[in-house]
Design a protein around this ligand. Structure first.
Ligand SMILES: C[S@@+](CC[C@H](N)C(=O)[O-])C[C@H]1O[C@@H](n2cnc3c(N)ncnc32)[C@H](O)[C@@H]1O
Length: 244
């Protein structure tokens, strides 16, 4: 049963066993140096997640993360879904030292690049959990705990037969709504006009969200955005507030 009421669900049916995911497993080759620097941060900037059967999955019985312990303080928490190498996350974390930023990223070399950059630039308010964001949000993030969720340039899966792989769908909107605090915001960006329209339908039509003016805010230009601009795709920056 998918929850679709004006009341924000506090629990969402696990989708760990769903056959279709928003990502395909890619080989995770890293240089020895990057691998060593990444491994040295497990338990530091890399959250040590209880893994399930796959490297990117989360154990069924995983408990919500103790975020004050992980960040070493209590501050409003933002989750970025699919942060890539941190082109948005690291500059945005540096610009907002009052926030703690937790990223979910399944591609280890990208998570490692993010960690290396955060260390190099001495940005201390970011952490990365190298697991599927759907299972991560469900199992590792307590209901009603997030001040914002960011989904910038999720993989577009432009072919019709691949649309089922897209991250933003009604079930994912239920999940994000359940993890945001009342008044919290969901920011999304994409360079695929048709995916942007789908987001407007799914999130804009969800009873837990109210649309705010579209605005890129402090989001820096990333390589994915640059690629879209080079191919004349317009950028959509969508903002929704959790209501109710
Ligand atoms: C197109 S990239 C965008 C990266 C970044 N947000 C940016 O704007 O530069 C999408 C990223 O999402 C990651 N991703 C896709 N599905 C994911 C999932 N279910 N959980 C965590 N990361 C995911 C991919 O590995 C990839 O790094």
């Amino acid at each position: 049963m998918r929850l679709r009421s004006a009341t924000v669900p506090t629990d969402v049916r696990p989708r760990l066993n769903r056959e279709v995911t928003s990502f395909v497993r890619r080989s995770a080759r890293m240089s020895d140096s990057l691998r060593n620097r990444y491994d040295a941060q497990v338990g530091g900037l890399v959250v040590d997640v209880p893994q399930g059967a796959l490297r990117t999955s989360v154990a069924d019985d995983a408990a919500p993360l103790d975020l004050p312990m992980i960040f070493g303080r209590t501050a409003p928490v933002v989750v970025e879904i699919g942060c890539g190498p941190g082109d948005s996350l690291v500059p945005m974390a540096r610009a907002r030292p009052d926030l703690d930023l937790l990223a979910f990223e399944v591609f280890e070399p990208a998570a490692a690049a993010l960690v290396a950059r955060a260390v190099r630039e001495d940005v201390t308010n970011v952490r990365v959990a190298p697991v599927d964001a759907v299972a991560g949000l469900e199992r590792l993030v307590a209901p009603g705990s997030l001040t914002e969720v960011w989904t910038f340039f999720p993989d577009p899966w432009p072919k019709l037969k691949h649309h089922k792989r897209r991250l933003v769908d009604p079930a994912f909107a239920d999940l994000v709504a359940s993890r945001l605090r009342p008044g919290g915001r969901w920011r999304l960006a994409t360079d695929w006009a048709e995916y942007a329209d789908r987001m407007r339908d799914v999130v804009g039509g969800h009873p837990a969200f109210a649309a705010e003016p579209e605005d890129r805010g402090d989001r820096p230009v990333t390589r994915f955005e640059r690629r879209g601009l080079a191919e004349d795709r317009p950028i959509a920056d969508l903002v929704y507030r959790r209501v109710g």
